[in-house]
Write a protein that binds this ligand. Structure first.
Ligand code: GLV
Ligand code: MN
Ligand code: MN
Length: 408
């Protein structure tokens, strides 16, 4: 084992997952720790407490990305960056995102315990709002860091209660400030796979080759409220029935014999949501993904037309609020991950990511890669999401080895 990997402690890493999962714990075993909520604030505070107890500096940038820094020996050397996110889905699990932050922290602690000196600083980041569940789109903190999303635009995005990102950020713990974006030598993110491949192939480590493309849309359908008992069907502008027709037509548009398209309508807000009033307004979301950029564009370009064709007399506004083409990770980082897994005697394979991650924004800034570990039955974005302590520790050992190598 390399020097840092030797000091990765499975029980400590698991314990930190359980401590973190207690923040926003749901009664069903899952986690509800949405971005910039009171729970997110507590999670951040806990990470800061752990970091300071080891003597690391912490800082936060204007979009609320939180950094923990372990110094290197060379003044001015660009840092190696690792991390993921602490926010969760409303019905999230204990590992999505938290694992990448805690594995990164475990790697920093392992380097510390081993007395390992690196030339470059190594920094851990907890990116702000990766999930995009409360404030869309996701991967917001990394997008702003990479200047793929203007800061002012991000700060003005509202949740369903009309609270802005900027207002919610003001409720997070106050930390030493840091400007948005800085040069990074390399970025490596650890994450549970969130799919079934590693478990099925009985491999402990996934060297991720890239991330499939995704687009998000918000569709607003405006009809007219009317009395359910008196308004003839022929005269109605029923926003819900129009939305249902749009969704059915989109399902047909997205049909794919190869089963590679991922198409989800995850939110449907109906107004006034009353049994005896014809719905006057519906807002629904579309999340769709494909590994082929050309297919992604072709399918995405049809969405607005299909919604208008099925509007049934209602007014429709289609807004695209996320457009991420597929990305490929750096072959040198992929090789380093595989070699590190080999040195540690761990089974491994290459695989693409179906989920998006903050790493996708880092691809444009520096050599980037990701390490996957298996999760039970591939289930994620679900309270029952689970992973084995030994797999989490194995991934942290690979991460520590890769970071040590990159920062040497
Ligand atoms: C990330 O949470 C995703 O939706 O892929
Ligand atoms: Mn995640
Ligand atoms: Mn997620």
């Amino acid at each position: 084992m390399t020097s840092a990997a030797k000091h990765v402690d499975e029980a400590r890493l698991w314990g930190r997952h359980m401590d973190m999962a207690a923040i926003g714990a749901r009664t069903d075993g899952g986690v509800n720790r949405q971005a910039l909520s009171a729970e997110d604030a507590r999670a951040r505070a806990l990470l800061v407490e752990w970091a300071r107890s080891l003597g690391f500096d912490v800082a936060s940038d204007p979009i609320g990305n939180l950094f923990v820094r372990r110094e290197g020996t060379e003044r001015g050397a660009t840092p190696v960056l690792t991390g993921s996110h602490l926010d969760s889905q409303p019905t999230g699990g204990k590992f999505d995102g938290a694992y990448g932050v805690l594995a990164g922290f475990e790697a920093l602690e392992a380097l510390q315990l081993g007395g390992i000196v690196t030339r470059r600083p190594i920094e851990l980041v907890a990116w702000c709002n990766e999930e995009g569940s409360r404030f869309a789109p996701g991967a917001m903190g990394s997008a702003a860091f990479a200047h793929a999303l203007p800061l002012e635009t991000a700060l003005a995005i509202k949740d369903r209660e009309d609270k802005t990102v900027g207002a919610a950020l003001a409720e997070m713990p106050t930390l030493p400030p840091r400007p948005l974006g800085f040069p990074v030598h390399a970025y490596v993110e650890a994450h549970i796979e969130q799919g079934p491949v590693l478990e099925r192939e009985a491999k402990t480590i996934g060297a991720v080759t890239g991330i499939q493309g995704s687009q998000w849309f918000t569709v607003e359908v405006r009809g007219a409220e009317a009395h359910a008992g008196t308004a003839p069907l022929r005269t109605r502008q029923d926003a819900l029935k129009a939305a249902v027709a749009m969704i059915a037509a989109l399902e047909t548009w997205m049909a794919d014999e190869t089963d590679r398209v991922r198409f989800t309508v995850g939110r449907l807000d109906v107004s006034p949501n009353s049994p005896n009033t014809v719905p006057g307004r519906v807002v629904f979301t579309i999340d769709f993904r494909h590994p082929d950029g050309a297919v992604l564009v072709r399918l995405g370009d049809g969405i607005e037309r299909i919604c208008h064709e099925n509007a049934r007399g209602c007014a429709v506004t289609v807004t695209k609020n996320f457009d991420a083409p597929p990305c490929a990770f750096d072959p040198r980082i992929i090789d380093t991950i595989e070699q590190s897994a080999a040195i540690l005697g761990l089974s491994r394979m290459r695989l693409p990511s179906g989920a998006f991650h903050d790493a996708k924004h880092m691809v444009d800034l520096c050599p980037t890669g990701m390490i996957f570990v298996p999760c039970e039955k591939g289930i994620s974005h679900n309270p029952v999401e689970n992973a084995k302590p030994s797999d989490l520790a194995a991934g942290a050992r690979v991460l520590a080895t890769v970071l040590e190598e990159l920062a040497r």
